[in-house]
Design a protein around this ligand. Structure first.
Ligand code: C2O
Length: 509
């Protein structure tokens, strides 16, 4: 196994991903963030240098279990103190999994300002290796022309005082789009007809396309005109292959598809249709990129969207390697999730009637290791302490919006999902061959049942991956195997972060 030593120089730069110029938060001056590509069992050392000047940061490795290294999970107040402006910190862990992952800041909504990138881990034994010739990464973003700290200000206002959930201005494929600059406010800079992302295909070749939704809020319907998508991986888990024309991908989720360049030599549209909210304020939800066959002209594609669509139903996907559902259930949690007004007219997220909030400078994990309680009024702690026991979680969404929930530290088996109130006598659960993933939607006014095994000591957040809902407190933490956790020893570099001057760890203002 190799050790990959990477430096993340975190700063800001004025960029125009969609033609509109704004400050973008960057790693090594780049947006979208650089791809990290490694083999399974390699070691990753990321040396973060916080050059933001006035803001702290912390990086999460979305989908990585951090077994034995829970302090590198990157959650400020959860697993570490934030990295103050002007300071450095090194993440150092082994990549025991394989598949498509991503990294992003977990400090407030910093990733929405640009701090996110792909993390790809290859398994030399991947049974699909022979099934494709080359690969591409497709990152999807909803994109805001206003900095996230401004957006959060309106999110944190009481209803009558100007509360507003952020609405994206556009969307990006691999960091590019064409904004209608006529809509840009006076005094701003915008250049129309920015170039779109282009993927070059060679006729006859097969491509693995890894799609990562890095959005703050939006889901996307992804397709390529006249090209079938053969789904073979979700969130790092290989599936039996399944052919579709379109797939819907929620914030935080990933898919790999194999696409054959089996059409005539010309240009084709790649489409990412933004879901929900975006249309109502004149935002163009039709995000495009170009698939250019080598040898074709550079004219704009004239291809049409699929007429007869076969949309992926992710619940019908089957794991490539059989991975039986663990039972019997040892501990069960029933979680009622909601977004509603609190007593003071603030819009808040609730898990079993409690809004989540972390103390940034007093991380839960540090307290758990030191045998101190991590419980408190907004701590939303759910504890299980028997190694190997099966944990079942029933999520009941009483809110009228979807909530894609992401679990840190685990993949979970998805047993079932449905509309209305969960009723164990009438619910259909797949106990035979469900897939596992790390991010799954809890449907509006509906339910989701998942299972996982208590085998990863740590403090793991489980939250709605819609960033605005996370800011509103739609989250909880699992305290997993605290008895074993007490025997863990954190590296000096992690504990010393909490001792550094904490006045730069304040919320962005
Ligand atoms: Cu993608 Cu808690 O994160």
């Amino acid at each position: 196994p190799l050790t990959h030593e990477i430096t993340f120089n975190v700063g800001r730069k004025v960029l125009d991903p969609d033609g509109f110029f704004r400050r973008v938060w960057t790693v090594n001056g780049q947006f979208p963030g650089q791809e990290i590509h490694a083999f399974q069992n390699d070691r990753l050392k990321v040396h973060v240098i916080n050059n933001l000047g006035d803001e702290a940061t912390a990086f999460h490795w979305h989908g990585i279990f951090q077994t034995g290294t829970p302090w590198y999970d990157g959650v400020p107040g959860g697993t570490q103190c934030p990295i103050p402006a002007g300071e450095e910190f090194t993440y150092d862990f082994q990549l025991l999994q394989s598949g498509t992952y991503w990294w992003h800041s977990h400090y407030f909504a910093q990733y929405v300002d640009g701090l996110a990138g792909p993390l790809i881990i290859d398994d030399p034994q991947d049974p699909y290796f022979q099934a494709y010739d080359e690969e591409f990464i497709v990152t999807l973003h909803d994109w805001y022309h206003t900095e996230s700290s401004e957006l959060i200000k309106n999110l944190m206002k009481p209803l009558q005082a100007g509360y507003a959930e952020p609405v994206p201005d556009s969307g990006l494929i691999n960091g590019r789009n064409n904004y209608n600059c006529k809509l840009a406010p006076v005094g701003t800079k915008c250049i129309p007809n920015n170039s779109l992302s282009t993927f070059v295909f060679q006729q006859g070749k097969r491509y693995r396309i890894r799609i990562i939704n890095m959005s703050a809020d939006d889901s996307f319907d992804f397709s390529i005109d006249e090209h079938l998508l053969e789904v073979m991986e979700v969130d790092g888990v290989l599936t039996k292959s399944k052919q579709v024309t379109t797939l819907s991908i929620d914030a935080g989720q990933r898919y790999s598809v194999i696409v054959k360049a089996d059409q005539i030599i010309k240009n084709f549209w790649m489409r990412a249709e933004m879901g929900i909210d975006s249309t109502d304020k004149g935002v163009n939800p039709h995000i495009r990129a170009i698939v250019h066959y080598e040898g074709a002209s550079f004219d704009k594609p004239t291809t049409q969207d699929w007429v007869n669509k076969t949309d992926l139903d992710p619940m019908t996907l089957q794991p490539y390697f059989s991975d039986p559902v663990p039972s019997p259930v040892g501990t069960q949690f029933i979680l009622t999730i909601d977004i509603r007004l609190d007593a003071n007219n603030y819009t808040k997220g609730f898990v079993n009637n409690s809004t989540f909030k972390l103390d940034l400078d007093n991380p839960s994990l540090d307290r758990a290791i030191r045998n101190l309680s991590i419980d408190g009024p907004n701590a939303n702690v759910y504890t299980f302490d028997k190694p190997g026991e099966v944990v079942q979680v029933i999520l009941q969404n009483v809110h009228d919006e979807d909530h894609p929930f992401h679990m840190h530290g685990h993949h979970f088996w998805i047993l079932g999902t449905g509309e209305g109130l969960f009723d164990k006598n009438n619910a259909t659960l797949n106990l035979i061959d469900p897939i596992k993933r790390d991010t799954q939607d809890v449907p509006a006014k509906g339910w989701l049942v998942i299972r996982f095994v208590a085998d990863n000591p740590g403090v793991w957040t489980f939250h709605c991956h819609l960033e605005w809902h996370l800011e509103e407190g739609l989250s909880l933490q699992f305290l997993e195997l605290p008895t074993i956790l007490k025997t863990f020893k954190q590296p000096e570099t992690v504990t010393s972060l909490c001792k550094s001057n904490s006045n730069s760890t304040n919320a962005p203002t």
